[in-house]
Design a protein around this ligand. Structure first.
Ligand SMILES: [Zn+2]
Length: 273
């Protein structure tokens, strides 16, 4: 159905509804949707055709918004986030749905294709910490286990990183931006969601060419950085100091994130093993 048909359809519906009252709250109807409670007026009885429409509509709607969101986040991520925050929301996918959708698929791809890649992470981690000599043999095993799990996991669930990042972006821009913390957070979620989408292809490529797990981590890290700078220019505005603020926030955010993760991990292993 094209948009003209939809328009004509809802005009007919409006005429049809004229004089009717809302079946949910009883108020006089002006159009297809009740101005008071929001219920859509459907004059006909329930039918199989109507039930099929109810089941397929949310899926098709997600699909429509999804295509546009994917496309705009590729060509103009900062502008897309800006428009979403300014109020153009209905035509895009909700940022959290967007992030969780790609994260879930990336996690599946990761567990399906990365099982043998993890073996070389195990060996290189073991070597590195054996030289440091802070762990006993048992602790080393436990640490490597936990680190691999956390690495895989944290590379997937970058939402954890988006919190300090949003905070540091707000801090570096302060009065130079009118966005509040929640709005910057939404921008972050869109960027990280897009990184997750590209990640799915990255996982396929890396497992196909049998590259190392570290090459996956480095690529994701690079993608994030490029995404935030490229998106940030469109979102915060193009200026040298703007880019410098974004890079500063990224460096501080990454460092803090890694430091906290590492501290938790080492403390956990030393305390419990
Ligand atoms: Zn109503």
């Amino acid at each position: 159905m094209d948009s003209d048909q939809i328009e004509a359809g809802s005009e007919n519906q409006d005429k049809q509804n004229h004089g009717a009252s809302c079946q949910n709250c009883g108020r006089q109807l002006v159009g297809e949707f009740c101005h008071h409670c929001g219920q859509q007026h459907i004059a006909e009885r329930l039918s199989i055709k109507l039930l099929v429409k109810w089941v397929t509509k949310p899926v098709l709607n997600l699909d429509r918004g999804l295509g546009l969101t994917v496309y705009e986040l590729f060509v103009d991520p900062g502008g897309m986030a800006r428009r979403y925050i300014a109020g153009q929301r209905k035509k895009y996918t909700n940022p959290f749905v967007y992030l969780f959708l790609w994260t879930a698929i990336a996690l599946m791809a990761n567990s399906l294709f990365f099982s043998d890649v993890r073996a070389d992470v195990r060996n290189s981690l073991k070597e590195a910490y054996q030289n440091l000599q802070i762990f006993s043999a048992v602790q080393l095993e436990a640490y490597v286990d936990a680190a691999i799990r956390l690495d895989t996991y944290s590379a997937q669930v970058l939402i954890l990183l988006s919190i300090p990042l949003a905070f540091f972006l707000k801090l570096t821009f302060r009065k130079k931006t009118s966005y509040n913390l929640a709005e910057i957070f939404v921008f972050n979620i869109f960027i990280i969601g897009q990184v997750k989408l590209i990640d799915i292809f990255l996982i396929l490529v890396i497992s196909f060419f049998q590259l190392s797990f570290n090459s996956y981590l480095y690529s994701t890290f690079t993608l994030m950085t490029v995404g935030f700078i490229y998106g940030g220019i469109g979102f915060f505005g193009r200026s040298f100091w703007g880019v410098l603020r974004i890079v500063t926030a990224l460096i501080v955010g990454y460092l803090l994130y890694s430091l906290v993760m590492l501290t938790i991990l080492i403390t956990f292993v030393l305390l419990f093993y």
